[in-house]
Design a binder for this molecule. Structure first.
Ligand code: EPZ
Length: 407
C-alpha cells in the first residue's frame, strides 16, 4: 500500500505554484465527447483522476495525446457507444459526466456504478432528473433519447456541481433552449462554460440560472483554472507549522470565503500580484459553515478544521456532505480531541503527536498530511493514493517549502 512519510515540526516557507483544478479538468475532458473535432485543454494536472478519465475515453476509442507540459489534445471522432470498464468508472465520481456527454453525443448512456470519495452517500437522482427533463427515458440501466434531447426547464431544488455539469453537457446538444435553475457557480463550472463556449455553445448566466441554446459543436480550446482547493491546502501548511506560505496560479476571489475565515481567526492574509500569502497565528477559534460557491468550500473543511484544532479550536457545520468527518478518527490517533453532533463537529485545541494513520478520502487525507507536518517526529500516512487523486507533485511541492516528506 502506498504511504507517505513525514518528519514534521519544522516551519514551512516559500511559494508554491498550484496546478490546474482537478474538479475543472475532469468536466472538460468528458465534454470533448460532445464533438467529433479535436479539442485542446491546457494546464491539465497529471493526477490519478485525470489519468483514469483519459483511460475511460481511450477504452471507448478516443485518441488522447499529452503535448507540451500539461497540454492535452483529445479527439473522440472514432469513439464507440459502449459501457466503459466498471473498474475505471467506479474509481471516480467524475465518471458520472459520461452520462451527460454520451447522451449529448449518442442519444444513449449507461447508468453504472460511479465512484467518488466515500465520506457520504453520492446519489445521482438529480443527474437523472435533468436527463428526463430533456426528454430521455430510463430503461433498467440505460438512458435513452432515440429522438435526441429537447430543451426544457431543469429546476434543481438544491445546488449540485455534478448535476449542473451533466445538465450543461446535455443541454448544449439538445434541440432548442434549456434553462437550468439553481445552477452551481463554482469556478470549475464557469471553466466548463468557457470551454463549451469555445466549442460554439450559447450559454448565458441569468442570476442563479443558466440559459443554454443547443447546437452542433466544433473542437474547442481552454485552459484549466488554477486549483483553489490545492491552493488553500498549501496556504494552511504555513499555519500548521508556524511558517508563512504563498501560492500562485489560483484566484484569490475563488478563495474569498476561505480567506475571510482565516482573517477572522487572526491570521495575516496578503493578496498581491497574483500571489496569496497566509502567515501568523490564529488567536480565535475557527468558526466555519460549508456551502456551495461562493460559500466556504466543503473541500477545504477537513484541512481548515485541523488548523483550528492546532490553535484555539474549531466549530464546523458541514451542510454539503453532512458525513464528511471521517478524518477526525484518524486525527484522534494523533492526539486530537473532538465531539461530533449531527452535521457538525467541535475540535478542541489539541497538541498533535506523530503517528501512523490511514487516509480514507482525498481531502481528509490532505488534512492528515497537514497534521503530520505540524507534529514533531515521524508520521506515516497510509492509503496516500487517495490524496494523489487530487494533488499533483505533492512531495516536490511540500519539499520546496522545506518539508521533510517522501513516499
Ligand atoms: C463535486 O462533487 C466535487 N467532485 C466534490 O469534490 C465537491 O466536494 C462537491 O462537488 C461539492 O463542491 C468533483 O467535482 C469530481 P454535488 P459532486 O453534486 O458533484 C447532493 C473533492 O474532494 N446530491 O455538488 O458529487 C450530494 O449528496 C471532491 O475534490 C444529490 O442529492 O457534489 C450533496 O449533498 C469531493 N443528488 C450535494 O448534493 C444528486 O444527484 C452536493 O453534491 C447529486 C448530488
Amino acid at each position: 500500500m502506498e504511504k507517505l512519510t513525514v518528519r514534521g515540526g519544522r516551519p514551512l516557507g516559500g511559494t508554491v505554484r498550484v496546478s490546474g483544478s482537478k474538479n475543472a479538468a475532469l468536466p472538460l475532458i468528458f465534454a470533448t465527447v460532445l464533438t467529433e473535432s479535436v479539442c485542446v485543454i491546457e494546464n491539465v494536472p497529471r493526477i490519478r483522476d485525470v489519468e483514469i478519465s483519459l483511460e475511460i475515453l481511450s477504452s471507448m476509442g478516443a485518441q488522447v495525446r499529452w503535448e507540451k507540459r500539461g497540454s492535452l489534445a483529445i479527439c473522440t471522432e472514432n469513439m464507440r457507444l459502449a459501457a466503459p470498464p466498471e473498474h475505471l468508472v467506479c474509481s471516480l465520481r467524475a465518471s458520472t459526466y459520461l452520462m451527460g456527454a454520451m447522451l449529448g453525443r449518442f442519444g444513449r448512456a449507461y447508468v453504472q456504478n460511479f465512484g467518488g470519495c466515500n465520506f457520504s452517500p453520492r446519489p445521482i437522482d438529480m443527474h437523472l432528473f435533468a436527463a428526463k427533463a430533456l426528454g430521455a427515458d430510463l430503461e433498467n440501466n440505460d438512458i435513452l433519447a432515440p429522438h435526441g434531447l429537447r430543451g426544457a426547464v431543469i429546476a434543481f431544488d438544491k445546488v449540485s456541481v455534478g448535476a449542473t455539469v451533466n445538465a450543461l453537457l446535455m443541454a448544449v446538444r439538445a434541440e432548442g433552449r434549456t434553462v437550468i435553475e439553481n445552477a452551481a457557480a463554482e469556478p470549475h463550472v464557469e471553466n466548463l462554460i468557457v470551454f463549451l463556449r469555445s466549442m460554439g455553445a450559447a450559454i448565458s448566466r441569468l442570476g442563479s440560472a443558466l440559459v443554454v441554446d443547443g447546437s452542433a459543436l466544433r473542437g474547442g480550446r481552454a485552459a484549466v483554472v488554477g486549483d483553489m482547493i490545492e491552493g488553500g491546502t498549501y496556504l494552511l501548511s504555513g499555519l500548521a507549522t508556524g511558517g508563512a506560505v504563498s501560492v500562485e496560479g489560483c484566484d484569490a476571489v475563488h478563495l474569498s470565503s476561505f480567506l475571510s475565515i482565516l482573517r477572522r481567526g487572526g491570521a495575516f492574509v496578503k493578496t498581491e500580484g497574483g500571489r496569496i500569502t497566509v502567515s501568523g497565528r490564529l488567536i480565535a477559534p475557527i468558526m466555519l459553515k460549508t456551502a456551495p460557491y461562493p460559500g466556504f468550500p466543503t473541500d477545504l473543511q477537513p484541512q481548515t478544521a485541523l488548523i483550528g484544532a492546532l490553535h484555539n479550536g474549531a466549530v464546523v457545520t458541514e451542510t454539503v456532505f453532512p458525513g464528511r468527518f471521517g478524518y477526525l478518527e484518524a486525527l484522534s490517533d494523533m492526539g486530537l480531541s473532538y465531539v461530533r453532533s449531527g452535521s457538525g463537529a467541535y475540535l478542541f485545541p489539541s497538541r498533535l503527536y506523530a503517528g501512523s494513520v490511514m487516509a480514507e478520502d482525498l481531502r481528509g487525507g490532505a488534512a492528515l498530511v497537514l497534521a503530520a507536518l505540524s507534529a514533531e517526529g515521524e508520521s506515516v500516512i497510509y492509503g496516500i493514493s487517495a490524496v494523489l487523486r487530487g494533488y499533483e507533485n505533492i512531495v516536490e511541492k511540500f519539499s520546496s517549502l522545506g518539508a521533510n516528506i517522501n513516499f
